[in-house]
Each structure stands twice: as C-alpha cells, then as structure tokens.
Design a protein around this ligand. Structure first.
Ligand code: SF4
Length: 936
C-alpha cells in the first residue's frame, strides 16, 4: 500500500483580475495580460489572442513588473536649482510646472515659433506629437528615426512603398530561404523569433549576414561575417550574378516595376505622357504607352528614338551598371571579407529557391490594368534587415540595393516572399511633402516630415539656408525624411543656422547613450554665453525615469510608466498590423500612478490649450480635449478617420471609417486592448497591384482612392537632385556639395566607401567597431531593472580571435580603444564568431554614476561603458576648411557603424574610462537586496 499523498495545488491562483494592454518594454508592442492582486501588478504574461505575439513573451516583457516599480521612477515635477548637470532640483507642483512651461512656450509661439526645437525619442505617439508641433508652428520637430533606421525606411518607401519590420514581414509559413542582414536581437523582437521558429520547424534555410554572430545569427544555418559597411557591395555582387545568369523574374519586372519605363536619353528623367504617367514600349504596338493601360505588354529591352534622342529602359541602364566586372564577386570579395565562391553559391541558392521551387496558389485576382489572373506565383525567398546595414554613410544606397535584389527575384508581395503590412505599401506620392514655413501664432500648412520629390521640396529660406535647426531637407541631406535628432544639440549650440530659445525633448537620453560624442554634447548642454546665460537657454524634458538627460534640463515633466497611461498604437502612426490584417491597439492605465506624475501626451494636450494652439481649442476658446484618452477617441484626422480604427460609428459597428464612438476605449479593453480586421483571402498578396486589396484598403480608410503603383527600381526624385547638382534648374546646391550630390544621388543603387574610412589613416585605425542592442534590454531602460540587470550588468568589448591573439589578451584584461575622435579604456572578452577585423559591445549598458537609482559602485557605472565617446557627429577634418556631418549624405542618418579604431592592451584602471563625476540623483538609490511580494 502506498503512503497517503499530500494534496498539492499545482495551479494556485496568481491573481484576482487580468487586465489586458500593450507591452512597452521594447518597440514590438506585444499584447500582455497583466495579473493584478490586491490592486497591484503581480505577474505579466503574453496575450495568446494578440496578433503580434500570440502569447509569446520575452524576458523584457515579463520583467515589465520591475520597470513599473523601478526605484528610478521620477515622482514629481522638478525645477533646476543648481547648475545644469549638477542634478540639483527642487520638487514643484504641477501647477508651477505647467505655468513655467506655458510662460516659456507662449512667448515663443507668439513671436518666433522656430525658436522651439521639439524632438521626441522612442515615443509611440508620433502622429500626435507631430500634430502638436505642427500647430505650434515650429519647423523644428522630429522623432528619433534620424539616428536609428531612417535609411531603411526611406529607401524602402522610395523603392517599393515600404521596408521591413512595421512595414512588412516574410511569408513565414511559405518562405524556404530567409536572409537577414545587419539585424541585432531587438529589431523586431518576438515576431522574428516566432518566425524563425516556424522556419526551423519546416527545415527552411536561414542565412545571416552580420559581422557579429549572436542572437538570430547564432541560430542561422549559414553565417556570413561580412566586413562592416560593405553590405551594399555584397548585395550588388549578388545582383551581378543573378543578372549574368538570367535568374531574374522578367515577367514580374515588366508588369509591376519601372524596369520597362523609358529613361529620357537627355535628362535622365522618366518619360511620361501628358497626364504624368510613366511610359513603356508596348511589345504588341511597339509604341510608347502609359504603363497602366489595359493589355499593355511592357518591353524590358525596348529603345525609343525620338527627335534625335535615344531613350532606353531602366532595365537597360541596370544591365549596363550591374553586369560590369566592378560588381563581380571576384572584384568585391576582399573588400567584403567574403570569398567570391561563397557569393556565387549564395546567388545560386537564391536563384534555385526563387525559380526552381516556385509554386502557384489558387487565388484569383484582378490587377490594376483590369486583367484577371487564376493563380498567384510564389517565390519562397525572403529578406529582413535593420540598423546594421542602414547606420552607415552609404546606408541609404545599401538599403536600396537590398530592396532591388528582392524585386529582381520577384519575391516581394508574392506567396513565400516578403509581404507588406497595411497601411503599406504606399507609394511616395501617397505621402506628404515636408512642411516648415511657420509664422508667429499660426500652424504649419502640413506635417513637418515628408518625402521630397525634388529640390522644390527642400526646406530652405530665400538665401538657401536651412530653415530647420537640424538642417533636415537641406542640400546636406536632401531626403532626411525622419529629421536629424543627433544634430539638434550641436546645431543649437553652434547657433547654426540660428539660435533657439527652448529645447523640448521627450524620452530621448541625449546626454548619454542616444547621442554621438557624449562628452561634447554634455559640454554643449552646459556651455554659457559671455553674459553667463546658457548657450541653449531653456531645456524642458519629459521622462518617466531618472535618466542621464534629466540633470541637463531646467524643467522636468515626469511621465508615467507604460502600465499607468493611455496610448494608441495607431494606423496613422506605427501600427501593429500583420501581412494578412490591419490592426491597432491601446494602452490604458491598468494601475493608477502612486506618484505625482502625468502621461506626457495629456500634458501636451493641456499645454496646447493653455498656449492657445489653434487645433487645441474649440471655437469658444475652451480646451478641445480633456486629456490624451479624449483625443484618441474624438480626434478625426479626416472625416471618419481617427487614431483608432476599431469600433467606430455611434453603435461601434464600423471598422476603419466611421463617426466618433464615445465608448471606443471600452470596446478595445473588452477585446484585450487591440482591434484586428482581416484582409480577404484573394487580397493578401500582390497588394500594390491587386484591386481587391486596393478596394479593401479604401473601404477601411487606409486610402481615400485606390493607389496602385509600380516599384521604383530607378528613383526619379534622386535624379532630380543629381540634375540640380549638374547645374539644371532654379534651385541650386552650394558648390562645395555638387560633386558629392552628383555621386550619391544616383537613381540606381551604388556602393561607395563609408566616409570615415576615406578620411582616417586606415593603417592606424584598421579595426571596425560596432554596438548592438541586446535582446534583453531596450536602450537604457533595462539597466535599472532588477531582473534584466542580472542578464547584462556590464558590457565587455568583444574581440575576434585574430586580434585577441595578436595583442596577447587574457580573460580579465582591459584595452584602450582609440578613434580619430577620442579614447575609452574598457574590459575585453574573446568571441570567436566575429569578423576578424571587428570589435563590438552591447549598447547602453554603461551608466553614469548617480542616475537610474543605481548605486555609485554598480557594475553598470564602473565596468559598463559606451562606445559613443569614440564617435563624433562630425567627420574628421579633411583640410577643406569645412566639417562634414558624420551622416548619410542622402537622409542624414547617423553613421554610427562607420567607426574605425585601434586597440592596445593596458593595465586595468579602477573603472572604465572616461569616468564622469557623479550626478546628484533626484530619486533615492534603489535597495541593495530586492524583496518583492504582491498579495498575501
Ligand atoms: S518583444 Fe518587446 S513588446 Fe514584445 S514582450 Fe518583449 S519587450 Fe514586450
């Protein structure tokens, strides 16, 4: 007889109630179930019904409970009392804080709105913050895209109406060969992990191209440890091989891209009819014909001679360029650090899978020319890329090259390939152009950020000077569609192009990890004029946490945590759509703040009304919105179109379009915090050309009219800038920029050497240095998190075997790393799976003493470090009397990854160098031992 067993409760009740909202521990926006016990957050799990994560939760997501309760949370508004950078503040009431901000901002609004520079970091409410700035009338607004991945986004939109991540995703269920380029672990986090899981389950092949083999690259079947900054060359060598072998999708190119469009032999512009439609030669009539005519059969190899000029197709120009031996694998192998045979083998694999393993899906559809098709052709090759290839001075053209490669294979928007997520794809023509001519007391005529079609859209004054403080949309970076946040402080300090009065920032740690040249930026923030006043007179900053930037502001508006606020993850902004559905979501206060803090967007609503911004007042002068929740529900961007697409209309029974529903947020909460509208089956692929998709998109309010378009292998707006540099047109660049513009604004992708290595002695600075964000941290947010700190409490500098052995390093050693700009001394570690000339470290682990409620001897403050000290926002001087920006010359994207360094072994100092004086913390230090129990 067995002994009696104790009864064990294997499923104890973990909560009294579950509240469903959206995670904000990184930018992926997964759905979460927040378990509440005794009114407190007890536990967080993934929401299985949510379209983004389907129940999957990462380490960051589950550690949200520690973020929400972090000791580093700010508690009350603060007004600076000591000098900037001292961290000395006094706590003030919200009334005093708002009166101060309203006083400063009203004066500027009424006299010189351009003296406000309003820039936001990783905020997920850009459609609202840009609306606020537009109504303020300042030209100086952008979010953090300029130092993150604008090259990827801009290159994608100009080429095919969207890029990766929020714009689209691989067809995870059908792809057989997946290549990812330059992707760190956190972009795009759970969806990529889930996708890779699906691929592994089906035995699909994954090729990772990245100098560093960690994370996704560690589970790839093949790893290509490419030399940083040469991805474009590698991709164009693949293009060379595919074109040489004839392994490109000629039908797809002829029907759906501008490959058959005629390029004017004189101007290099595209030939158009009187309605502005691009012209092709019809293989049947042999005549120039608008591309969208019913029955047209565009001829890829046609020539058209007219008035003594021969016009050739885009395809012919591409053949001239990419069949050149300059792009052969043998010609590029050494520079890329990838053997020629390996490049040829990868090209052959791409061709084999795309063409030999092609398949048909029985999905009937009608294209924009009115022709019906019984099936859709699948090409099971897909790509994903992120910041690794875009944060270079040649990043825009590299990203363009990758999009062109996908298109040549015919693998975009087809089964098995890369699929867009609504509201993408959207052609450039569906996006606004930039706006920036403000007048005192008046709003701008349109949004700040847009897509220039040519020199006429630059933001310049009558003397040709930039009108924006970051010099976005100037000849220095004409297509800077996300602005240049990394240049704001240095330009404001230099008073170039003009002095500003107030720098207003949200969630952007510009005095530490979100800036190049960290020490220099700290000096700029604290520098004074001869009269003793600060060079940047006023700084207002909003953050939820005691970050490094707090000490450098004059007025702090403390924000809530993500569990205490309303947010909308909107189709007007950066939604959470899937390739087969439109979706959006909310955050709502699952817990009320226990501190005197307010959601930043609600603060902006009140500021807008009190300053008297036109869009923020009713006709009788009363505030238009009570708070952000009220705005989310009642604001209409166009009639019937608001921030949230779900449960619109008086009865809440309309999707996408519909009048305001006062109960909309309740409906979202009842549904788990999100809304999904599925795309009909026959509209799920070929979206740019599929009239069923176009009609569905109009029905739910993504567009007001169908907008089918051709993918733009040849980007005509670039040719317009290039022509201006050649001397054509009224708008002319300054002479010192002409040669550069002629080179880089090439309408077909090119590769050029990253700028930094053309200016430094590469024998002396022979090593590439990179950063990556870890999967378990989101920028600096994770470093205060008691659980996540256990994963990354410090960050060594990883060295490849060759350098490790060459310098005789052992575990526990330290190295001095020197760039043309500065030096750091840091602990090292060995990593074999690394490009042999590349060193790297995790980003944003290192912390300044006195911040984030960490103790002064925390590992983050003593052994953690930033590579940022080695990177300058300007390139090394080249002897022409000018300092050129360390940015992509097309979009202005910060070229973080062009960094070149040298290393030497040194004796271990007491702590990582440079070490900064501690800042006085506005919050008490967190406990040494954390004990946590919720409920009885
Ligand atoms: S991937 Fe990002 S959004 Fe999703 S659970 Fe993790 S931290 Fe949260």
């Amino acid at each position: 007889m067995s002994a009696p067993q104790h009864r064990i409760d294997t499923s104890p009740k973990v909560s009294d109630e579950i509240r469903q909202t959206t995670c904000y521990m990184c930018a992926c926006r997964c759905g979460i179930n927040v378990h509440m016990k005794d009114g407190k957050v007890a536990y967080i799990e993934g929401n299985r019904d949510h379209p983004v994560n389907k129940g999957v939760l990462c380490a960051k997501g589950s550690a949200g409970i520690m973020q929400h309760n972090a000791p580093s949370r700010l508690r009350k508004p603060l007004l600076r009392t000591g000098p900037r950078g001292s961290g000395e503040f006094r706590e003030i009431s919200w009334e005093e804080a708002m009166n101060t901000a309203v006083g400063w901002l009203t004066e500027i609004h009424e006299t010189a709105p351009h003296k406000l520079a309003f820039f936001t970091g990783r905020d997920q409410s850009q459609s609202f913050t840009s609306f606020w700035a537009q109504h303020f009338g300042t030209p100086n607004y952008a979010a953090h895209g300029g130092f993150c991945s604008v090259n990827m986004a801009a290159a994608g939109i100009y080429t095919m109406g969207g890029a990766f991540w929020e714009f689209g995703q691989p067809d995870w269920d059908r792809t057989k060969l997946f290549m990812l380029f330059g992707v760190a672990e956190d972009h795009d986090s759970n969806p990529i992990k889930m996708g890779l899981g699906k691929l592994k389950e089906r035995g699909a092949r994954v090729i990772g191209v990245n100098p560093i083999r960690t994370g996704y690259n560690a589970v790839a079947d093949d790893w290509v440890g490419i030399t940083p900054g040469t991805d474009g060359l590698f991709i164009l060598a693949l293009v060379h091989e595919l074109m040489r072998a004839g392994k490109i999708d000629l039908h797809y190119l002829a029907q759906y891209t501008n490959a058959p469009v005629l390029v004017d032999g004189e101007t290099g512009l595209l030939l158009r009819d009187e309605d502005g439609k691009q012209l092709v030669i019809d293989r049947i009539t042999k005549k120039p014909t608008p591309f969208d005519q019913k029955g047209v059969r565009p001829d890829l190899s046609a020539t058209y001679r007219h008035a003594g000029v021969t016009h050739r197709t885009v395809m012919a120009h591409m053949a001239d360029r990419y069949l050149s031996p300059d792009y052969s694998p043998d010609a590029v192998a050494d520079r890329c650090g990838v053997p020629a045979d390996r490049i040829r083998a990868i090209a052959a694999d791409l061709a084999r899978v795309a063409f030999d393993e092609a398949f048909e899906l029985d999905l009937e559809w009608t294209d924009f020319r009115g022709e019906s098709h019984k099936t859709m052709t699948g090409r099971p090759v897909s790509f994903h890329a992120m910041r690794g290839i875009s944060a270079h001075s040649n990043g825009f053209q590299t990203c363009r090259a990758l999009h062109v490669l996908q298109i040549l294979l015919g693998s975009v928007e087809v089964p098995g390939g890369f699929r867009f997520k609504p509201p993408y794809p959207k052609p450039v023509e569906a996006h606004p152009t930039p706006h920036g001519q403000g007048r005192p007391g008046r709003p701008l005529a349109g949004p700040h950020l847009g897509f220039p079609r040519g020199p006429e859209d630059l933001q310049l004054d009558e003397k040709g000077k930039p009108t924006r403080i970051d010099k976005a949309f100037s000849w220095e970076n004409p297509m800077s569609v996300h602005g240049l946040m990394h240049m704001v402080i240095s330009n404001a300090h230099a008073q170039d192009p003009y002095p500003i009065d107030t720098l207003f920032m949200y969630m952007a740690n510009m005095a530490w990890n979100s800036t190049m040249n960290t020490s220099g930026v700290i000096e700029m923030l604290t520098d004074r004029n001869d009269d003793g006043g600060y060079r940047i007179p006023r700084i207002i900053y909003s953050d939820a946490y005691s970050s490094e930037m707090v000490a450098y502001a004059d007025l702090i508006l403390p924000d809530t945590t993500y569990l205490e606020r309303h947010d909308c993850i909107s189709l007007l902004d950066r939604p959470i759509c899937e390739a087969d559905a439109a979706a959006d979501a909310i955050r709502w206060p699952v817990v009320e703040p226990d501190r005197d803090v307010r959601g930043f967007q609600s603060v902006l609503i009140e500021l807008g009304a009190r300053i008297g911004l036109p869009g923020f007042l009713n006709e009788d002068g009363s505030p238009k919105w009570k708070d952000y929740a009220d705005y989310i529900v009642t604001h209409e961007r166009r009639p019937g179109i608001g921030p949230l697409a779900g449960w619109r209309g008086e009865d809440g029974d309309q999707a996408g379009r519909g009048s305001v529903n006062p109960d909309q947020l309740d409906r979202y909460i009842e549904n788990g915090g999100f809304f999904v509208e599925h795309i009909p089956d026959n509209a799920q692929y070929m979206k740019p050309w599929n009239m069923d998709y176009q009609d569905w998109a109009v029905k739910i309010g993504l567009f007001d009219a169908p907008q089918p378009f051709l993918f733009q292998l040849y980007v005509e707006p670039m040719r317009k800038f290039q022509r201006a540099a050649e001397g054509h047109g009224d708008q002319q660049p300054p002479d010192h920029l002409r040669d550069r513009l002629k080179q880089v604004m090439d309408p077909l992708p090119i590769w050029y050497e990253p700028f930094e290595q053309t200016l430094v002695d590469t024998d002396q600075f022979a090593i590439h240095a990179l950063t990556q964000r870890p999967m378990a941290m989101y920028h600096s947010w994770g470093t205060q998190n008691a659980w996540l700190r256990q994963l990354h409490g410090k960050n060594p500098l990883y060295l490849p075997t060759k350098l490790w052995q060459q310098h005789g390093f052992k575990e526990g050693d330290w190295a001095r790393v020197t760039s043309a700009h500065g030096e750091i001394t840091v602990p090292v570690a060995h990593q074999a799976a690394l490009n042999e000339n590349t060193i790297w470290t995790w980003n944003a682990i290192g912390k300044r003493k006195g911040t984030w409620a960490l103790s002064e001897d925390a590992p983050e403050a003593r052994e953690g470090f930033l590579l940022n000290h080695l990177i300058h926002e300007l390139l090394p001087a080249k002897g022409d009397g000018l300092r050129w920006a360390n940015s992509d010359p097309i979009t202005g994207q910060a070229a973080w990854f062009d960094l070149r360094v040298r290393i030497e072994k040194v004796a271990a100092p007491a702590e990582a160098q440079p070490a900064f004086d501690p800042i006085k913390s506005p919050v008490p230090t967190g406990p040494t031992t954390l004990k946590w129990k919720v409920g009885a």
